[in-house]
Design a protein around this ligand. Structure first.
Ligand code: GLN
Length: 483
């Protein structure tokens, strides 16, 4: 086993014992990138020189005996939606051109402060819009398990990098499932924290009331380690919550005995792959065996979630993306035009991809005077009802279990010509963004070598519960194998 294949926790232990150095781990990651990146396409930009410098600094700090968080010296991939000082940030789009931010997103800044080593910027659907990373300016990221399959989206590069050893940890963002869904497809653990738990400062906005930054790792423990670094109040983000930050690594050590889990009946209906259902059932039985009480619950407004999500997300996106006009950032059309309005038009026509344009048009439409009440306002009302469903359910249970996706990873190109089919892949994930709740994907089995993802949903700001249950599913000891 190469160093790049070990978990962040194993590496942190070896580092502290002085058996290995961060430089060795980082070199191992770059060796893997050389071997696999041509096929995987997980990165838009790699930053070898700065990474090795950061690794040397981490080694030096550890050697001096500085008390550093566990993430120190560990290779981290960063989704290309987060601003990185001095490293090109494209958001998977042509329109940002060669934009080089002059500051770090808070999540990146905090990881660096704790000594993490930034390997590069991962591939993603343009502006986070997609479920397969096929809407990227550099072409799709491939699934490391089978490169004919999609890696999921929009943080597909982050999940593929972690699953393949091209990184040990990664940051993703999740507006409607973009951390959890690619994690399900690549077999990684991925957590969308509660809205407000992690600062959005320096995150290129897609839909501001839904976007959230979170960790991707090979284990639940690794996710907890990264969340420890990035979570917490940030005065630079007015929507960041000013509440206590627990030690998420401590939380996962707790037993699950005596907890109550809810299974929402609306999530186990037609359209869900039968094999996935079977694996979730097995995982539920495993939890039962560990002393969790299982009850059926109802989230009656689930059927509206995808429609409501695509109304609100596109409305916010149409407003957020108005800033790309060829003047303030990145790309400007080269067309020979001397009229400013035409310059905007040419820049936006040429700079945005097809899916982004589709969403800007949809979003502008639902916000327009004649349709605002019928679509946007109604969607906001139903959003509140979806949140109420969860509030009611959580009076009775400690956490909720669902599948993460209705299907296994699909073939590249399979759903590209049918946007509605693509949107339906988000059916189990979008409700959490609409309600602001934390949720995590953990692998709960395989079907013909392809990973099956299970989603664990917690109360607002109860990431500890989500991680604790996730860790129980993830750790498969000998006793569990009998289930
Ligand atoms: N697939 C969803 C979308 O296209 C979610 C994307 C995301 O979470 N960034 O909007």
């Amino acid at each position: 086993m190469e160093l790049c294949d070990k978990s962040a926790m194993e590496l942190a232990t070896l580092l502290r014992k002085g058996y290995i150095s961060s430089r060795e781990i980082t070199e191992s990651v770059f060796k893997r990138i050389e071997e696999k990146e041509k096929t995987l396409n997980a990165y838009i930009t790699t930053a070898r020189d700065t990474a090795l410098k950061q690794a040397d600094q981490a080694d030096e700090r550890l050697r001096r005996g500085e008390k550093l968080p566990l993430i120190a010296g560990i290779p981290l991939a960063v989704k290309d939606i987060l601003c990185t000082k001095g490293i090109r940030t494209t958001c998977g789009s042509k329109i940002l051109g060669n934009f080089i931010p002059s500051y770090n997103a808070t999540a990146v800044e905090r990881a660096l402060r704790d000594g993490a080593v930034i390997i590069g910027k991962t591939n993603m659907d343009e502006f986070g819009m997609g479920s397969s990373t096929e809407n990227s300016i550099i072409g799709p990221a491939k699934n490391p398990i089978d490169t004919g399959l999609v890696a999921g989206g929009s943080s597909g590069g982050s999940a593929a990098a972690v699953a393949s050893g091209e990184a040990v940890l990664a940051l993703g963002t999740d507006t409607g499932g973009s951390i959890r869904q690619p994690s399900a497809f690549c077999g990684t653990a991925g957590l969308k924290p509660t809205y407000g738990r992690v600062s959005r400062y320096g995150v290129i906005a897609y839909a501001s009331s839904l976007d959230q930054v979170g960790p991707v790792g090979r284990t639940v423990e690794d996710c907890a380690m990264l969340l420890n670094a990035i979570a917490g109040h940030d005065p630079l983000d007015s929507t960041s919550a000013d509440i206590d930050k627990p030690d998420f690594l401590q939380a996962i050590k707790k037993d699950v005995k005596g907890l109550r889990a809810g299974l929402p009946k609306e999530y186990f209906i037609e359209g869900l792959d039968k094999g996935i259902k079977k694996k979730i059932d097995q995982a539920v039985r495993l939890l039962e065996k560990h002393g969790v009480e299982i009850v059926e619950i109802s989230l009656p407004h689930t059927k509206y979630a995808v429609s409501v999500y695509y109304l609100i997300a596109t409305a916010e996106a149409s407003s957020n993306l108005a800033r790309y006009d060829g003047v303030k950032y990145g790309f400007r059309s080269e067309a020979d035009i001397d009229d400013v309005i035409m310059m905007y038009e040419a820049t936006r026509s040429d700079g945005f991809g097809a899916e982004v344009k589709r969403r800007i048009m949809l979003g502008t439409y639902v916000l327009s005077a004649g349709y605002y009440d019928a679509y946007y306002l109604k969607a906001q009302k139903i959003r509140a009802m979806i949140k109420n469903d969860f509030d009611r359910a959580f009076k009775d249970v400690d956490f909720i279990i669902t599948p993460t996706t209705p299907c296994l990873p699909f073939r590249l190109g399979e759903k590209l010509s049918d946007p509605l089919q693509m949107y339906l892949v988000d059916i189990y994930t979008v409700s959490l963004n609409l309600s602001g709740l934390p949720g995590m994907n953990v692998k709960c089995g395989d079907i013909n070598g392809l990973p099956v993802g299970m989603q664990i949903i917690g109360k607002a700001f109860d990431e500890e519960m989500v991680l604790r249950v996730g860790n129980r599913i993830h750790r498969k000891d000998a006793k569990d194998a009998e289930v």
